[in-house]
Design a binder for this molecule. Structure first.
Ligand code: ZN
Length: 282
């Protein structure tokens, strides 16, 4: 049975060399990683073609850095890129809707404010004109009273004047009602606006972190993104992991663990490229 032992030994050696080659010596950049689309949730409002276009665009920075193809979309390839609906994405959509609602509430507040200002101006103008007329009327009445009464034509004129003052007073009342109505409407709208702001702030408590995507090296999962540029950056990041690169402690780096203002364009920094060169043993 000596020969069997030898064959086994050689067999084990071959497997070991293969594993060593696969896991240690073979660089992640030595072959093209073929991927396809796996799970695809349509609630993101994205077509598969648009999704593939973003993934293909996310390959580019790494491929330019090494000067060759690293990833390729091949329908039915085993490596899947999945688009999976998440609570975070639902929250993001709700937040975007609230932002739109806040914008239109702001517009309607602006319009009511300007209607209110106009109404106040008209009211104040009417009051001023009424007071001037009233003073003149009282002056005239006093004048004739001191003379023991007005002659008939003057008396009739004064009566007409009194009627006109009455109707002006009624108009002032009407204008005041309008001012008050607009003030109430304004208050209601301000309250609604503040409620929405409150709701919006509750939705995005600052400092909240969540997994927008991840990979275990055999597939990539995308859970949440705000806009196509962010989706692309997220994919650049996950492709970095697939190439064996860990997180880099620099917020400008695409391999920083958080998406932020400094890395949102998905451009590779020198540290990203050094990490790639190390991982691919270039
Ligand atoms: Zn990561």
């Amino acid at each position: 049975m000596k020969w069997l032992g030898k064959i086994l030994l050689y067999g084990i050696l071959a497997v070991s060399i293969f594993l060593l080659w696969e896991n240690v010596l073979r660089s992640p950049c030595s072959r093209i990683i073929e991927y396809s689309i796996g799970a695809f949730d349509e609630r993101f409002g994205l077509s598969q073609e648009e999704f593939i276009a973003q993934i293909e665009s996310a390959e580019t920075p790494w491929e330019i850095a090494v000067g060759k193809e690293l990833f390729q979309y091949v329908p039915d390839a085993d490596f899947k890129v999945n688009l999976i609906w998440s609570e975070e994405q639902a929250r993001l959509y709700q937040g975007n809707q609230l932002e739109d609602a806040l914008d239109s509430r702001q517009d309607s507040l602006d319009s009511i404010q300007s209607r209110y200002d106009t109404a106040v101006n008209r009211y104040e103008g009417a009051v001023r004109s009424y007071e001037t007329k009233l003073a003149r009327y009282e002056q005239d009445v006093n004048y004739w009273n001191e003379r023991g009464g007005a002659p008939e034509p003057e008396f009739n004129k004064l009566q007409q004047e009194a009627q006109s003052l009455d109707s002006q007073a009624n108009e002032i009342k009407r204008l005041l009602t309008e001012v008050n109505k607009l003030a109430d409407e304004n208050n209601t709208k301000v309250n609604q606006y503040n409620e929405d702001v409150h709701q919006y702030n509750d939705l995005f408590i600052e400092g909240q972190e969540f997994d927008a995507g991840n990979t275990d090296g055999t597939e990539i999962n995308v859970y949440s993104y705000d806009g196509l540029d962010e989706l692309r950056t997220l994919l650049v990041h996950e492709f970095g992991h697939v190439l064996g690169i860990d997180h880099i402690d620099d917020q400008h780096s695409v391999m920083y663990y958080l998406l932020n203002d400094d890395n949102q364009k998905g451009e590779l920094t020198d540290r990203d490229i050094s990490a790639l060169e190390l991982s691919c043993r270039l």
